[in-house]
Design a protein around this ligand. Structure first.
Ligand code: KG4
Ligand code: ZN
Length: 357
């Protein structure tokens, strides 16, 4: 039986995965995170990232092949992220994928990282049975509005399978994950901020501070109906802290004020994301909704999505935690669909750091 080998190196995770072509079954997934190298800089440093990908990728690929317990002669397609992301990070995985494919004499497929995040929903426990073996598993749900929320992107996508997707709206400034990371920076809580702010928010009062919710009320211009903006919210948090630095910057994680501000920030983000997602689903007459990307790990977001989906009779797709943040399994799933639906050319050009959905 043939397998697909997938590589991901768009940001600061070096990852490889193996998928059985016929069934779509994951056979291996290995993710090496560089986060400890970047933490002290408060963000990803591109040169450090690409050098570490060069160091780690060969071992990560070798480990995935061992986990899958197959030989190189079983690989019939190689897929890798070709964009969007950091150019010098993308180059490592994409060049390696092309090299492996050339050595094996098999095709190589260049995958859009954002389509990979959408494909991760194929692993949701709520997917219809037996859909994974379809060439495009997401077609089995019918039309689905998906909220894509990561460190670099925030978008609403109308998806009728990976190869019939339409961008409904996106952020006009910060991505949701970026806003989390910046708020954590303002509060001097560490990096990456999402998981920290999420944890503190669970111990705070979400009504303690009144924070703005952009593009949500009746005065929103029509062109921004499905767009997002988080920079005003981030600035509102900054002004709260500047007004009384002692109150927010002296107690760290144990401070009630910090927990309350995190909870109020999270409530504003979740409110906007969930209401816009459901509004779009209703307007499109769609019964399925989903959320993918690193921020879809957020406890407040997951709880509100589950609550609203049940209340409004929508079916909800959420990926398992292991494939919400960057990984190669999602790239493999998207690559498999791409290969089965469109085939592959041996040379698909260079990396594309600005590749949109
Ligand atoms: O999808 P991802 O791994 O990378 C991109 O493609 O951008 O997402 C990373 C982002 C970071 O901004 C991180 O802070 C955020 O996801 N994140 C979270 C949580 N876990 C990760 N944001 C909110 N709550 C979380 N629990
Ligand atoms: Zn990502």
């Amino acid at each position: 039986m043939g397998y697909l080998l997938a590589l991901e190196s768009s940001c600061d995770e070096s990852a490889a995965a193996v998928i059985e072509m016929e069934t779509g079954r994951p056979a291996a997934s290995v993710v090496y995170s560089q986060i400890d190298l970047h933490r002290r800089y408060g963000g990803v440093v591109p040169e450090i990232a690409s050098r570490d990908h060069l160091r780690r990728m060969p071992g990560v690929v070798e480990e995935a092949m061992q986990q899958a317990a197959i030989g190189w002669d079983s690989i019939e397609v190689v897929a890798a992220t070709r964009g969007p992301g950091l150019a010098t990070s993308l180059l490592v995985g994409w060049t390696m994928a092309k090299g492996i494919a050339a050595a094996l004499g098999v095709p190589v497929v260049g995958v859009n990282h954002l389509v990979g995040h959408l494909a991760s929903l194929g692993l949701s426990p709520d997917m219809p049975d037996d859909s994974m073996s379809l060439p495009d598993p997401l077609t089995s749900c019918g039309p689905t509005v998906i909220l894509l929320v990561s460190g670099g992107h925030t978008a609403l996508v109308l998806n009728q399978g990976l190869h019939d997707r339409r961008l409904l709206g996106q952020t006009i400034d910060d991505a949701a994950g970026e806003a989390y990371d910046k708020v954590a920076k303002i509060l001097e809580l560490g990096y990456p901020g999402g998981p920290i702010v999420d944890r503190l928010a669970q111990a705070g009062n979400p009504e303690a501070f009144r924070l703005p919710r952009s593009f949500l009320d009746g005065s929103t211009p029509d062109e921004h109906r499905y767009n997002f903006s988080f920079s005003g919210l981030k600035t509102a948090v900054l002004y709260q802290v500047r007004r009384d630095p002692e109150r927010f910057l002296s107690g760290g994680e144990t401070s009630t004020a910090v927990r309350d501000l995190c909870a109020s920030f999270q409530a504003a983000v979740v409110d906007v994301l969930v209401r816009k997602l459901l509004r779009a689903a209703d307007a499109q007459g769609v019964g399925w909704i989903g959320a993918a990307g690193g921020v879809s790990l957020n406890h407040g977001l997951r709880a509100e999505l589950q609550h609203q989906a049940a209340a409004q009779g929508k079916r909800l797709l959420l990926a398992p935690a292991s494939v919400c943040t960057d990984n190669a399994l999602m790239i493999g799933l998207a690559g498999r669909t791409q290969f089965l639906c469109e085939g592959a050319a041996h040379d698909q050009g260079d990396v594309d750091p600005g590749w949109s959905l």
